[in-house]
Design a protein around this ligand. Structure first.
Ligand code: X5A
Ligand code: ZN
Length: 709
């Protein structure tokens, strides 16, 4: 190992528990951090008292086995435990009618036969003498979480509750749901905390028609749901779950439905919908709070969903939402009926809320044709309502609704679901190999003057180590134009830092070099050479390191030998024009880094290509002429932590302290310090440039696709 290194403020700590302790005890994060977890075993009291195969899957073990796994992983211990409480009747009546509340209240003293008779009045519901207190506690737990996040006591959090809520309506229980936990929480956030924009993301595999109905005319709540639909043949089989249900009256455009018309959807399908549908709208909406109706029946192995998204997919979905609302995200359990899969998916979600790097996303990064049809349809349905989609040119594939024309999608559509056995053994394999995450440390290779500021704990600072002449020749191919001592010192530090990242000693870092083009060349050459021999038993995912993504912002010269090298994917935003090739992609011109154009490029080009490439390391370079706002760079940093499991090197031209500080915190998993708004849309010229480029590239990078045509 070249160069010396020293522990920064704290010694490197590999134990996640110890690290969390330090993070909370030490240091002064500028904003409240911490992840709340709410769970109370009183919510395990409801259970089905009679025989009913449809309701029989909603069992108390859903909570107990999930909690046991969280505890076993050491995640419970890292969270801020908050007590649950029973919601008041007044709170229930934020959404439900007093008559309906009285009906549920009456179940406490009913006999089994009476409970059963009442249940028959609703679709897929059972009652138990504990239903009323449990359902009140599910609402109360959700409100406790929202209050803790909105008062700043914690940064984000999760509530493990039963019964679930999103099917429940003003006057009706439905689909195992009694009171609508998330809808009540959204109303509460509006009325008691004065919020004006709330995003509800419903990733449960069923349509939360209850939540949709509560907010269908309300523009202050953006409701997004994806759901198994199969052209209206899947429960609850509603016309209003299709993509053309977009809300009513003033709420038009604030209901977003993505129907899954085939089973077997995979990670690439889920991430594509987030990148191409949810994120553009959510960034434009700029919510003050994100509520997740976190059902995990959309995960692999679930008997209801029959989908194939693996547990780590939920880490990525969470990561993609965390830049919104300054990270104020509350995840509230809905469905999830495969006990192992449910528990694992919850672990991955909670880890991400805690700021841990996400594991790599497995599987073929190609969305299936049926998913693309849905993406195309829902985008077309929302073009009139969202400026962020306005450049969209394609219309819907199908006329609205239930038309069963499959437009040939079945041939290439989602893989047919294998036998139950095959899915089961895939799941067993996934669950038997515990996901080990890269070490959490962040490194800095910056001038010493930048070292003493408000930086995250568990941080390493590289000492000065000048680059030797031989190293300069090998890695920088420096000539006489490049002789400044300081530059040699910067490159020496950069190499020392990069080597630690490549050998798995630290996960991510920031390097500053005034000659950023030279630094980039050094990093790429070194990455290629050292990467090829990297072998990291602790990570154990890949022993050969062969894909390096470089996102370069501004004017940067990349030497010829590093262009169109099969192992490097170069994405240059805001630089000089070059003819695009599949591995050297250029969105030229200074205007490409203006806020509106950049956000469009981020969701429609940079992230899809990055997820598609599945890099082992991401290099982000801010060069001359980069006019991104600090917030945009933080957003880019946070989001690019998805594709390479958090392995990232940021290369900056100058060491403006606030930027170094902000980016160090972003690498360490902290939420963005301010809201994203106000929203700027891209100029028509820029929008055209981005869409044109995406269309040119989508054969090589299928994650860019937003239509089947
Ligand atoms: C919360 C939830 C599902 C109801 C399915 C009824 N409900 N067949 O996942
Ligand atoms: Zn569900």
């Amino acid at each position: 190992m070249r160069g010396g290194w020293e522990a920064g403020r704290t010694r490197r700590l590999r134990s996640s528990t110890a690290r969390a302790g330090i993070r909370m005890a030490e240091n002064r994060p500028p904003r409240p951090q911490g992840t709340a977890l709410i769970y109370d075993k009183d919510m395990t009291r409801v259970r089905l008292l009679w025989d009913d195969p449809e309701c029989g899957i909603e069992v108390p073990e859903r909570l107990t086995s999930t909690y046991a796994r969280l505890s076993h992983r050491g995640l419970v211990q890292r969270c801020v435990r908050l007590p649950a409480r029973e919601a008041t009747e007044e709170e229930l009546e934020l959404v439900h009618s007093p008559e309906y509340v009285a009906v549920v209240k009456g179940t406490q003293t009913m006999s089994k036969e009476e409970l059963q008779t009442l249940a028959q009045q609703y679709d897929a519901v059972y009652f138990h003498p504990s239903t009323f207190p449990c359902a009140r506690m599910a609402v109360g737990a959700t409100l406790q979480l929202v209050d803790a996040v909105l008062t700043g006591a914690v940064g984000n959090g999760m509530a493990l509750v039963r019964p679930p809520g999103h099917h429940s309506q003003r006057d009706a229980a439905n689909g195992f749901c009694v009171f609508n936990n998330v809808a009540i929480a959204a109303e509460h956030a509006k009325r008691r905390h004065g919020l004006q924009r709330i995003l509800i993301v419903d990733w449960d595999i069923h349509h939360g028609q209850g939540t949709q109905r509560v907010f269908e005319s309300d523009p202050s709540v953006l409701y997004f749901s994806w759901h198994r639909y199969e052209h209206q043949s899947f429960w609850p089989r509603l016309r209003e779950s299709d993509y053309d249900a977009v809300g009513q009256g003033p709420g038009r455009g604030f209901t977003v439905n993505v129907p899954w018309n085939k089973v077997g959807m995979r990670n690439a399908d889920y991430v594509s919908v987030f990148l191409h549908v949810l994120l553009p709208l959510a960034i434009e909406f700029d919510p003050e709070l994100v509520l997740v109706s976190a059902g995990f029946d959309s995960g692999i192995g679930d008997p209801e969903g029959q989908m194939k998204a693996t547990p780590e997919c939920f880490a990525h979905l969470t990561l993609l939402l965390l830049p919104l609302a300054r990270g104020r995200l509350c995840a509230v359990l809905e469905g999830g009926y495969h006990l192992q899969s449910l528990a694992e998916c919850v672990c991955l979600t909670l880890q991400t809320l805690l700021g841990d790097p996400v594991p790599p996303l497995s599987g073929d990064p190609t969305p299936c044709l049926s998913a693309l049809e849905s993406i195309q349809n829902v985008r077309a349905a929302h073009v009139p309502h969202w400026a962020s989609l306005r450049h969209e040119e394609t219309g819907p594939v199908l006329t609205p609704s239930t038309q069963r024309g499959d437009t040939g999608a079945s041939l290439l559509g989602a893989q047919s679901l294998g036998t139950t056995d095959r899915v089961g053994s895939l799941l067993d394999k996934l669950l038997s190999c515990p996901i080990s995450l890269p070490y959490p440390d962040i490194g800095l290779a910056v001038p010493d003057s930048a070292a003493s500021f408000n930086l995250p704990p568990a941080l390493l600072q590289e000492k000065d180590v000048a680059l030797s002449k031989e190293e300069a020749a090998t890695w920088a191919r420096l000539d006489s134009a490049f002789t400044e001592d300081q530059a040699f010192a910067d490159l020496g530090k950069l190499l020392a830092l990069l080597d630690k990242i490549l050998t798995g000693q630290i996960r991510a870092g920031i390097a500053v070099s005034p000659s950023v083009s030279a630094a980039l060349a050094v990093a790429l050459r070194r990455g290629l050479s050292l990467g090829a021999q990297r072998c990291d038993p602790d990570i154990g995912i890949r022993s050969v390191f062969s894909r390096l993504l470089c996102v370069a912002i501004g004017d940067l010269d990349v030497p010829e030998d590093l262009r169109d090298n099969g192992q490097i994917l170069l994405l240059n935003i805001g630089g000089k024009e070059t003819a695009p090739t599949p591995t050297c992609i250029c969105l030229a011109g200074h205007e490409a880094t203006e806020p509106g154009a950049f956000l469009l490029a981020l969701t429609s080009l940079i992230l899809p290509v990055a997820y598609n490439f599945q890099p082992e390391l991401v290099l982000v370079v801010l060069g001359p002429g980069c006019s991104l706002r600090s917030l945009d760079v933080e957003l880019l940093t946070r989001l690019l932590q998805g594709p390479a499991a958090g392995r990232m090197l940021l290369l900056l031209q100058n060491s403006e302290l606030p930027l170094v500080e902000a980016l160090a915190w972003a690498l360490a998993g902290r939420a963005l310090p301010s809201a994203l708004g106000p929203f700027f849309s891209a100029s028509p010229k820029q929008a055209l440039a981005v869409t044109h480029l995406c269309r040119q590239l989508q054969l090589d990078w299928p994650m860019l696709q937003v239509s089947v045509t």
